[in-house]
Design a protein around this ligand. Structure first.
Ligand code: ASP
Length: 331
C-alpha cells in the first residue's frame, strides 16, 4: 500500500535536567517512545485507521509508568489520581472524552467508547465510570496508578502547598536541587518537577484520514476536581481531515484559554498557512502571551509532521510507514 501514513507521539514537555542525566535513564525513555511508535506504525502499515493507531499508542503510553497518564499518573492534593483523556476522528469530526476518572485502567479506551457509542462528547467522574463500566472496560484499584516516583514528587509539591508547574523560578530551582540530591528519586531526562507529562498521539493513515488522542493525570498536587486541557476538544486535542490533527502538553489552563489545538487548525483553515507556520505561531507566539508553557505534536493530510515546544525538552517521536521511528527528548 502506497502511503504517507505517519504517527507522532509525545510524553510531555518540560525542563531538562542535563546535569544529573543518567544515560541509561535517557535510553529507557527513548526505548519506550520507539517501542510505542513501532506499535502505532504497525497498525498504519497494515492499513489500519489513524483512530486505531492513536488509541493504541496512547493506551501503551498510559500503561508505561514513565509517563504521567494511567499507571504513573501524578497525585492530586488529596493523594488520589484523577485521569482525563480525549480522542477525535478527523474523518467525521466525532470526538469522545472522559475526565476525573479514578478506576478506569485506560481512560483513552473510555474516550473512544464515548466517541463511538454515545451521542455525547464528554463524561465526567462517576458518570464517566458508569459509562465505562457499561461498556465493559477494565477497572483497577486506584492503587494501580500509584508509582513511588510520582508519590515523592507529590510530597515535594505538598511541601509548598500548591500545584507543581507554577512557574516560580526560585521555588522551582529549590525543587530541582532537592530532586537532584535525593538519591531515591529517579533522574529523569526532563525534570519531573518542571514537566508536563501528558501523553498524546496524532496520525495520518493510508486512507488519508487524521486522528488525535491525549491522556493525562493532570498536574501534581492539582486540586480535586481540577480539569485541564487534555480532555477538552479544541484545547488539548483536535483533528479534522481538512486541516490537521493536534495533541498538546503543557500548562493546561493556558492551553484552554488559547484553545490551542483548535487554533492550529483554525489558522490553517482561515489564514491559509502551513501546518508548520500555524503550530509555530501557537507555541512560540500565542501561548507565551499568557505564559503558556509546553508543546504539541501535529500532522496534516499530506503527512507533514511538526513537534514544536517552548520548553527545553519534550519526549516525542514520529514514525513513517516503512521507515525507522525517530524519538528525541531535547531541543
Ligand atoms: N496539560 C496537562 C494538564 O494541564 C498537563 C500536562 O501536559 O502534563 O492537565
Amino acid at each position: 500500500m502506497k502511503s504517507n501514513a505517519v504517527i507522532a507521539i509525545h510524553g510531555g514537555a518540560g525542563t531538562i535536567l542535563r546535569a544529573s542525566m543518567a544515560p541509561e535513564v535517557e535510553t529507557r525513555y527513548l526505548d519506550a517512545l520507539n517501542r510505542i511508535l513501532a506499535a502505532g506504525q504497525r497498525i498504519l502499515a497494515d492499513g489500519g485507521s489513524a483512530l486505531d493507531a492513536v488509541e493504541e499508542a496512547v493506551r501503551l503510553l498510559e500503561d508505561c509508568p514513565l509517563f504521567n497518564a494511567g499507571h504513573g499518573a501524578v497525585f492530586t492534593s488529596a493523594g488520589t489520581h484523577e485521569l482525563d483523556a480525549s480522542i477525535m476522528d478527523g474523518r467525521t469530526l466525532e470526538a469522545g472524552a472522559v475526565c476525573c476518572v479514578k478506576r478506569v485502567r485506560n481512560p483513552v479506551l473510555a474516550a473512544r467508547r464515548v466517541l463511538e457509542k454515545s451521542e455525547h462528547v464528554l463524561f465526567t467522574g462517576e458518570g464517566a465510570e458508569a459509562f465505562a463500566a457499561a461498556q465493559g472496560l477494565e477497572f483497577v484499584d486506584p492503587a494501580y496508578f500509584h508509582t513511588d516516583a510520582r508519590y515523592r514528587q507529590w510530597q515535594l509539591a505538598r511541601g509548598e502547598a500548591r500545584a507543581m508547574l507554577d512557574h516560580d523560578g526560585a521555588t522551582l530551582e529549590a525543587k530541582a536541587a532537592a530532586n537532584a540530591s535525593a538519591d531515591s528519586l529517579p533522574h529523569e531526562p526532563i525534570d519531573p518537577n518542571r514537566k508536563f507529562g501528558t501523553v498524546g498521539a496524532v496520525a495520518l493513515d493510508a486512507h488519508g484520514h487524521l486522528a488525535a488522542a491525549t491522556s493525562t493525570g493532570g498536574i501534581t498536587n492539582k486540586q480535586v476536581g481540577r480539569v485541564g486541557d487534555a480532555p477538552l476538544i479544541g484545547a488539548g486535542c483536535y483533528a479534522d481531515d481538512a486541516t490537521c490533527a493536534v495533541s498538546t502538553t503543557g500548562s493546561g489552563e493556558m492551553f484552554m484559554r488559547m484553545v490551542a489545538a483548535y487554533d492550529v487548525a483554525a489558522q490553517m483553515k482561515y489564514r491559509g498557512v502551513s501546518l508548520s507556520e500555524a503550530s509555530t505561531n501557537v507555541v512560540m507566539e500565542q501561548l507565551p502571551r499568557i505564559d503558556g508553557r509546553g508543546g504539541l505534536i501535529a500532522v496534516d493530510a499530506q503527512g507533514n509532521v511538526v513537534l514544536p515546544f517552548n520548553t527545553e525538552g519534550m519526549y516525542r517521536g514520529y514514525a513513517r510507514v516503512g521507515e525507522a521511528p525517530v524519538a528525541s527528548i531535547y531541543d
